[in-house]
Design a protein around this ligand. Structure first.
Ligand code: ADP
Ligand code: MG
Length: 448
C-alpha cells in the first residue's frame, strides 16, 4: 500500500492526465476493414493518431520477454544522467511493441465483443497510449527536459490503464453469450500477463526517475516521498513478506468487518524475519487476494459451530542449498486446458524461492467447485440484494479491489503474478475442514 501511494502522489505532479480521451465515438471501424485510416481521438490537446499500418508493423516485431535482470541492469539509484537516459531509451524500445501486440489481440476477438462499450474502452486506451508513444519512436532521449517529458508520458500511460481489470471483467460478463469461458480465459491470461510486464517496465522507469533526478539536477522537484535505500526502482531488495502480509491482512480484515461485521484473526509464523528481493506491488496484490479468500471462507464457514480459528500464515525462507539465482523470464501464457484440473498441482521444487503458506479453517473447497477455481470470472460469491442495489449494480466491479469477492479473478490473476518471475501457487483443499494455499515466489537474487 505505501508503495502504491508513492506513485499516486507523483502522478498528478508530472502528468496532465484526463479521462476525456475515452470518447464514445472513438471506436468506429477499428476492426481492420479500413486499413490506413487513422484512429483519431477527441482529446482537444492531442492530434496524435495511429494507423493500422503502424500497428501491424509493431505487432510484427518480437515482444521482448522481460527479466528481473532487465529491471536492475541500469544500476542502483541514484542513477547518473546517462544511466537514466539509457533506462528511458530501453523503456521506449519495448513499450510500443507491447501495446501493438495487445491491440492486435483485442482486434482478433469477435467483433460483437470488441463493440461492447467496456471492451472498446480498453481498446481505445491502448490506441491512445500507443499514439502518445509513437511521436517518440525515432528519438533518442539524451537530455533532461526530454527525459522529464517522456516520464510524464509514462505516468499518463500507467494512469490510463489503472482500472483495466474491473472494466474488462464487466465487458466480458456482458458478452458471455457471444464468447465461451475458455476463449475469455485464454485471452485474459495472455492479456493480463503482458499487462503485468508493461506496467512494470513503465513504473520501473518512473521510479528510477524519481529516485535519481534530484541527485544530479538540484532544480528538479524533490522526490515526493523519502527514498528507501533498499529499493531499485519498483524492486525492494530487502522485502519482508511478513510485513507485507501483515499489512494486507489488516486491510482485508477491515473489508470483512464492513461486509460481515466480523474481523477474522490471523497469525504469522515460520520465519517472519525473512527478506528477499521482489516487487512489493506484486506481493501486495497476491497476498490481498489470497487473504480475501481465506477470510471469506473463515467467516462463511458454517461447520465450525461459530468458533473461528485464525488464519495461519507461515513464511518459509528459501532453502540454503537453493543454488545460484537463475535469470527468470516473463513466461509465455500457457494454455492450461482452460485452467481445469491443476488445482492441486504441486509446486515445482526445482524452483526454490520464498514460500508463504496461507492456511484457513474455512471448510475447504467442494470437489465440484475445485476444477473451476482457476477460470477468470468463476466465483461462488453471491452479492446480497443490498450490494446489488448500490449504484453501478455489480458491487465487486464498481468497487474494484475493495470488495471481499465476486469478480472471480483473484486466483487466476494471483497465479499470473506469481508465475511472472518463475514462482507459482498451489491450492490444497481439505473439504469439510479448510484450505492451504502455497505461494512460491522467486526472488531476484543478490543484487550488487
Ligand atoms: P472470487 O474470490 O472473486 O470468487 P477467486 O478467483 O479468488 O474469485 O476464487 C474463486 C473461488 O474459489 C471462490 O469463489 C471460492 O469458491 C473458491 N475459493 C478460493 N479460495 C478459497 C478458500 N480459501 N476457501 C474456500 N473456497 C475458496
Ligand atoms: Mg477471491
Amino acid at each position: 500500500p505505501t508503495f502504491i501511494r508513492r506513485f499516486s502522489s507523483n502522478r498528478s505532479t508530472i502528468s496532465s492526465y484526463t479521462t476525456e480521451h475515452s470518447s464514445p465515438k472513438g471506436h468506429h471501424g477499428h476492426h481492420g476493414h479500413d486499413a490506413h485510416k487513422p484512429h483519431s481521438h477527441s482529446h482537444p490537446a492531442r492530434t496524435a493518431t495511429v494507423t493500422d499500418e503502424e500497428i501491424a508493423d509493431l505487432a510484427h516485431k518480437h515482444q521482448h520477454s522481460l527479466s528481473l535482470a532487465d529491471l536492475v541492469k541500469h544500476g542502483r539509484p541514484p542513477l547518473s544522467a546517462e544511466a537514466l537516459f539509457s533506462s528511458a531509451n530501453f523503456t521506449l524500445s519495448l513499450l510500443p511493441i507491447r501495446l501493438a501486440h495487445r491491440i492486435q489481440a483485442l482486434r482478433n476477438l469477435p467483433f460483437i465483443v470488441v463493440s461492447n462499450p467496456n471492451i472498446s474502452k480498453i481498446y481505445n486506451n491502448y490506441i491512445h497510449s500507443l499514439s502518445t508513444l509513437l511521436p517518440w519512436k525515432h528519438r533518442t532521449i539524451s537530455d533532461l527536459d526530454t527525459e522529464i517529458r517522456f516520464t510524464s508520458v509514462l505516468a499518463e500511460l500507467v494512469a490510463t490503464h489503472q482500472d483495466t481489470i474491473p472494466i474488462l471483467a464487466k465487458g466480458f460478463l456482458e458478452c458471455r453469450r457471444y464468447i465461451s469461458p475458455v476463449e475469455v480465459t485464454r485471452f485474459l491470461d495472455t492479456h493480463l500477463r503482458t499487462r503485468i510486464g508493461t506496467r512494470l517496465i513503465a513504473e520501473q522507469h518512473i521510479a528510477l526517475h524519481y529516485s535519481s533526478l534530484p541527485h544530479f539536477d538540484p532544480s528538479a522537484s524533490p522526490t515526493p516521498c523519502p527514498e528507501h535505500p533498499s529499493y531499485i526502482g519498483v524492486i525492494d531488495t530487502a522485502l519482508s513478506p511478513s510485513a507485507v502480509v501483515d499489512s494486507c491482512a489488516g486491510f482485508v480484515a477491515d473489508i470483512c468487518e464492513l461486509k460481515y461485521g466480523i474481523r477474522p484473526q490471523w497469525v504469522i509464523d515460520g520465519e517472519p524475519s525473512t527478506t528477499f528481493a521482489f516487487v512489493p506491488m506484486h506481493l501486495e496484490y497476491i497476498a490481498t487476494e489470497l487473504l480475501k479468500n481465506a477470510f471469506r471462507a473463515t467467516v462463511e464457514n458454517t461447520h465450525n459451530q461459530g468458533k473461528r480459528e485464525p488464519v495461519v500464515i507461515t513464511i518459509a525462507p528459501e532453502p540454503p542449498d537453493a543454488g545460484p539465482p537463475r535469470v527468470t523470464l516473463e513466461p509465455p501464457a500457457v494454455d492450461k486446458g482452460a485452467f481445469k484440473s491443476d488445482a492441486i498441482k504441486p509446486l515445482d521444487d526445482n524452483a526454490p524461492g520464498v514460500t508463504i503458506r496461507i492456511r484457513d479453517r474455512g471448510g475447504g473447497i467442494a470437489p465440484e467447485i475445485l476444477p473451476n477455481i482457476w477460470s477468470y470470472s468463476f466465483t461462488t460469491f453471491v452479492e446480497d440484494e443490498e450490494d446489488l442495489m448500490m449504484p453501478g449494480g455489480l458491487n465487486a466491479i464498481s468497487t474494484g479491489g475493495s470488495s471481499i469477492a465476486g469478480l472471480g479473478y483473484g486466483l487466476p490473476l494471483s497465479r499470473a503474478y506469481a508465475e511472472y518471475f518463475g514462482g507459482g501457487i498451489a491450492v490444497q483443499s481439505l473439504y469439510g475442514w479448510g484450505t492451504d494455499v502455497y505461494l512460491r515466489l522467486k526472488g531476484v537474487g543478490k543484487i550488487k
